[in-house]
Design a protein around this ligand. Structure first.
Ligand code: PRT
Ligand code: MG
Length: 213
């Protein structure tokens, strides 16, 4: 397809970039450099009008919300924490899939009052426990959540689980399933209006590519 307006797509390095690449390829978009081998933050593509910006996974919704990028690819986990203000979520790309779980020691009592929960996902965890009328103390962490129960920082954690190996390696188990996670295509609301043909074209092409997967 042809892009008439300049389009910027925000991606994070690592699994999201790796899994988004074939979808972009199917839409005829190819970066001119390998994201994992460059320190550049902006990648040109074979389309003069299409650029990729490489940012931290948790920053993707923020860039798209403020229109610094027209599109972004981001995990549902990140979107739930962000709240989704200023953006539409037109496609579930079915990539970087995992699940969100409550986890801890096998004998952890997750019904106890004043449960202490360590997580990067404070909003999701709060909503989950609030729905069943349980008050929790949230301890915000930015990574290595598995350590928290071991050192007595928290009773349980809320984290993403893929194979379960990380929990297992640290003597923890999944205790309660919360939700499925996959990466979503998000688009800035103003871009969607102002660059409608290009935006719609990209969403349609990606959606066709997904059906053929
Ligand atoms: O790493 P960085 O701090 O820069 O950011 P990030 O961790 O947010 O980025 P990245 O690239 O690691 O993850 C991007 C997105 O991938 C997340 O937002 C999720 O939507 C998705 N995803 C899919 C995952 C996983 N699978 C996953 N397994 N994100 C993280 N993990 C971690 C998990 O947190 C845990 O530590 O892997 C570990 C569990 O894996 P298993 O296989 O041992 O169960
Ligand atoms: Mg990571």
């Amino acid at each position: 397809m042809n892009f008439e307006a300049p389009i910027t797509i925000a991606l994070s390095k690592g699994r999201i970039f790796k899994d988004t690449l074939p979808l972009l390829e199917a839409a005829g978009i190819r970066p001119l450099e390998d994201a994992d081998k460059t320190r550049k933050l902006i990648l040109e593509t074979n389309h003069e009008n299409v650029k990729l910006v490489l940012i931290r996974a948790t920053d993707v919704p923020t860039y798209v919300q403020w229109g610094a990028a027209d599109f972004g690819v981001t995990g549902k986990d990140v979107l739930m924490e962000h709240g989704g203000e200023g953006l539409y979520e037109p496609l579930d790309l079915q990539i970087a899939k995992c699940e969100m779980w409550v986890a801890g020691y096998p004998d952890a009592d997750i019904t106890q009052r004043r449960l202490r929960v360590a997580t990067k996902y404070v909003k999701s965890a709060h909503d989950f426990f609030a729905k069943r009328g349980q008050q929790c103390e949230m301890i915000k962490l930015y990574g290595s959540m598995e350590l928290a129960p071991i050192v007595g920082l928290a009773d349980i954690i809320v984290d993403l689980v893929e194979s379960g190996n990380t929990l297992k390696a640290n003597g923890l188990v999944p205790l309660e399933y919360m939700c499925d996670i996959s990466s979503r295509l998000v688009v800035n609301k103003a871009s969607w209006k102002m660059k409608h043909n290009d935006c719609l074209g990209l969403v349609d092409t990606l959606s066709q590519a997904l059906k053929q997967k």
